[in-house]
Design a protein around this ligand. Structure first.
Ligand SMILES: O=P(O)(O)OC[C@H]1O[C@H](OP(=O)(O)OP(=O)(O)O)[C@H](O)[C@@H]1O
Ligand code: HPA
Length: 188
């Protein structure tokens, strides 16, 4: 089998701009935690669903900030992907669905980025179809453009990013760079 050659991460970094550093991301997540905490009753523990893989660093950080503020969370995760390591999206593939029953639960979805919205539209619809009584969306970043599908928006947003391919803090450049502590954008 021939291995697929990926462009090296160092080359991507050399032709990218840092949009948000780690301190800015931490501050944004703390602000989001304040907003989420104000909307949730600790006696009605939400089901906190991380959208893998990209959502993992953000979901972890937000969960800890919510813990500091006295909001317990029940964890589950899903994996739905439509980019598959590429820089443009195609059809959504579900690789894992949450196992926890959602009927009558409040569900909080945590992901790295809302771009064209296809992923979250399908994921939110699926949670509602499972009987969740309330489904909200927290994303670290929203991309600024007018191509987002109708009917979807993020309830909690940390940062805006330009209409360029972005990576770092969960987001990949050909499956690399997810653990960069900042968010970078490729120059056109
Ligand atoms: O708003 P959209 O245009 O639908 O794109 C956003 C989705 O794309 C990315 O996932 P990806 O498909 O790259 O999977 P990954 O998280 O495993 O990298 C990202 O993590 C979001 O889930
Ligand atoms: O710009 C992006 N970067 C990484 N993953 C993404 N998923 C949707 N848009 C993006």
């Amino acid at each position: 089998m021939t291995a697929v050659a990926h462009p090296p991460l160092a080359d991507a970094l050399a032709k990218s701009d840092l949009l948000h550093d780690h301190a800015a991301i931490d501050a944004a997540i703390a602000g989001m935690a304040d907003a989420v905490r104000a909307d949730y009753d600790p006696d009605d523990v939400p089901l906190y669903v991380t959208v893998m893989h990209g959502g993992m660093p953000f979901a972890s950080a937000l969960a800890m900030e919510l813990g500091k503020r006295g909001l317990d969370l029940e964890f589950d995760y899903l994996h739905a992907t439509r980019y598959r390591g590429q820089t443009s999206g195609s059809g959504l593939a579900w690789l894992h669905r949450p196992a926890t029953p959602m009927r009558d639960r409040r569900v909080l979805l945590a992901d790295d980025i809302l771009d064209e919205g296809h992923t979250m539209l399908a994921v939110k619809q699926w949670c509602e179809d499972q009987g969740a009584r309330d489904v909200r969306i927290a994303v670290l970043a929203v991309k600024k453009h007018d191509r987002c599908v109708d009917g979807i928006h993020a309830d909690y947003v940390g940062l805006e990013v330009a209409d360029r391919y972005v990576f770092g803090y969960g987001m990949d450049y050909h499956e690399q760079g997810r653990n960069l502590p900042g968010i970078y954008a490729l120059r056109d």
